[in-house]
Design a binder for this molecule. Structure first.
Ligand SMILES: NC(=O)c1ccc[n+]([C@@H]2O[C@H](COP(=O)([O-])OP(=O)(O)OC[C@H]3O[C@@H](n4cnc5c(N)ncnc54)[C@H](OP(=O)(O)O)[C@@H]3O)[C@@H](O)[C@H]2O)c1
Length: 265
């Protein structure tokens, strides 16, 4: 695209949006996605909250809120949301699923599902919005990873692998997109038991601890430190910083437990 054309596109977007910024967030039916949508609404932003089933929305109506259907593991659903969303300033790839258990007890379907949502979902949603962000010559992409990638813990091999892939993807992409004034950030939250993450993971964990791993798993669960945890607000603050502060670090660690993990590595 020529500079003159880019200028016209930028002018078009400015005229269309005024000064109000727009954020699109995946996985807003619960947890960090839901809380982040509420937070940005409270700060006067336009919010496009996406979720698999829009009937599940617990978000309060607002003239600055749009709720759109999006299953990040489905390419046609991604294409649909890009067509419906229009211009955005910030994309948050938050949708994610988990599993805790021994690799031997983790089914093939679960392994594929984790990579389909956590890795391919993030990559495909990002790729789908790039033509728009590149034409604007501005934008922020924020990928929600996990502090589990900072210090290995057992019984989380597949989940950790999926989030480590996001770290590597994000770091490489950030360099590639800097020339277009598109920032790409990584948020690394610690364990946040108040979201629906644990509950939502249970269906994938029926066979997760085979008998030979039972004693080991018991000791792992007993050792878990519940004194330090991550709160949704820690993650929201990190997302806000990434969205609004162009000088912030590319990787932002969120939560006391996550910060301790960094200090201990
Ligand atoms: N909670 C933690 O301890 C923790 C720690 C570190 C990182 N994280 C990461 O933080 C992110 C948010 O997790 P959370 O703690 O807020 O858990 P959550 O309450 O379970 O929220 C996850 C969201 O992802 C959505 N989702 C799942 N599969 C999807 C798909 N195929 N397409 C679109 N949306 C989908 C869920 O929607 P449905 O209602 O449709 O299932 C839900 O809205 C995840 O990426 C997770 O890996 C969580």
């Amino acid at each position: 695209m020529t500079l003159a054309k880019i200028g016209k596109v930028q002018l078009h977007f400015r005229t269309y949006r005024g000064n109000m910024k727009t954020i699109l967030i995946t996985g807003c039916s619960s947890g960090f996605g839901f809380e982040t949508a509420n937070y940005f609404l409270s700060k006067g932003w336009k919010v496009i909250a996406t979720m698999r089933n829009t009937a599940d929305s617990l978000l309060q109506e607002s003239e600055r809120l749009r709720i759109l259907p999006l299953d990040v593991s489905d390419i046609s659903s991604i294409e649909n949301v890009v067509a419906l969303a229009g211009p955005i300033d910030v994309l948050v790839n938050n949708a994610g699923i988990g599993v805790m258990g021994a690799l031997e007890g983790t089914t093939k379907d679960t392994i594929y599902d984790l990579f389909a949502v956590n890795v391919l979902g993030t990559i495909n949603v990002t790729k789908a919005f790039l033509p728009l962000l590149r034409a604007q010559q501005s934008g922020v992409i924020i990928n929600i990873s996990s502090a589990i990638t900072l210090a290995a813990l057992p019984l989380l091999s597949v989940y950790t692998a999926s989030k480590a892939a996001i770290n590597a993807f994000t770091e490489s992409l950030a360099i590639e997109l800097a020339q277009f004034n598109i920032r790409v950030n990584l948020i690394l939250p610690g364990r946040a038991p108040a979201t629906r993450f644990g509950e939502n993971s249970k269906s994938r964990m029926a066979t997760a601890i085979p008998q030979p791993y039972a004693e080991f798993a018991q000791s792992v669960f007993k050792e878990r430190n519940d004194n330090q945890i991550t709160h949704s607000l820690d993650v929201i603050n990190a997302i806000w910083q990434a969205a609004t502060d162009s000088s912030c670090a590319m990787r932002i660690v969120a939560g006391d437990d996550a910060k301790s993990m960094v200090q201990n590595t």
